[in-house]
Design a protein around this ligand. Sequence first.
Ligand code: ZN
Length: 485
Amino acid sequence: MLKIQIKKQISATVKDKRCWLTFCATFAIALTVIAVSFNNSEVNASTTAMDATLESVENEIYNEEFSEPDNDFIADEFIAENEIEEPAPTEETRENTLILKSGDTLLNILTGLGLEYNDANDIFLAFKKVYDPRKLKAGQELQVSMLWNLPEDKLISVDGLVSEISKGERVVVEKDADGKYLSRREKDELVQELNTAAGIIDGNLSTAMNNEGVPSAVVGNFINIFSYSVDFRRDVKKGDKFEIIYENYITPDGEVVRHGDILFAALTLGKTEIELYRFEDKDGIADYYDKKGLAMKKTLSRKPMSYQNARISSPFGRRFHPIYKDYRIHWGIDYAAPKNSLVYAGGDGVVQVAKYNGGYGNYIKIRHNSEYSTAYGHMQKFAKGIRPGVRVKQGQVIGYVGSTGRSTGPHLHYEVIHNGRRVNPLKVKASASENLRGQKLAVFKKQVAKIEKTYQKMLAEKQKQAEDGNKLATNIRDQKDVNAN
Ligand SMILES: [Zn+2]
């Protein structure tokens, strides 16, 4: 009770706490000097009452967090004084994340926030310097840093803007000291990560690979690697096996941005095992070789398309023509496939013809070497960039299955031309490309050893994970058993 009275008295008489502070401090120093110089209990005793007063005042001023519930009256008064000295903020920085809706443009989003058209346009122009804002799509996020007027509850200015334009890549617009908007593009450093998968094929390779977590794009590349020598519809049987090591490129947060190359691909078909290793030479030309550096037997694809289950709707040779209703020679193979499924180049080469060609409909012809060309008919359309003179790789998409020209339904008409004569694509012999030797072979062998070592390590890790998983499962089962008992 006494304490409260003292405090009330102090607070009532003292308006300026700083004045009090000075006074108290001076007084305290004076007392200390006295106490020290006399250094006896008498002085100390005589100052006890004064000390009590001083302490309470100091506590109020310095240690508000220690104030007891009965100090509320004083605390309130001091806070009130504080508010007068430091006026409430009238503006604050706000970070907002906006999600683009269909029909939104950068300009209408910024003006929609309350930004003046000229400022919005400055941001738009800065943004445009590094990325076309019209490419922004619905669902994309825009982080906006704004200065906000609190009393009027409205926007003062936009000081920054960040927009993720693709995984791991963003556009940043910032205001500099002169109020000018500057823009830049930022890209996360991507990390290469190796993945492995292996499994037994139960009818369909794609399904088996997908089940082991291999993404569809990688499965497509895997099939392309073997498409020279394996017909996935005829040759792959239940119980066959696959193995693969492939690259992923990931952001620092571990998000997969894109898939890289397949470093190792193996297929066990019955008793035959085909193991292929990727090798890229100094000129950046990559190919697949067996362990000894022997080039894979290369031949034109028998079925150059994504739809590997396509059936032959009309074979090569003499047949009854469905439109002319008589017997004619069919100079290619027809593969029935869904409209718009992908058509691949049957081998590396140069596009010679890509045009609408009478009964062939949309037609492409590719020259592979001095002896061989391939031709493709009835396509719905050509792939982007496919025109005469363009170089294509085996397995590259050149067009889409359709039913243009003289055709009764969507299918690919595929021809192989050998020295000017059309031949049965299923009877074209394999031709080996160059084997590795000398320096190249030495480098390749080192790579193979490295890949093998990595693969063994990855397999061991996977096995350990599986065992740990089993242990966990067993533990859970044991736990359940205990509970059951
Ligand atoms: Zn045909």
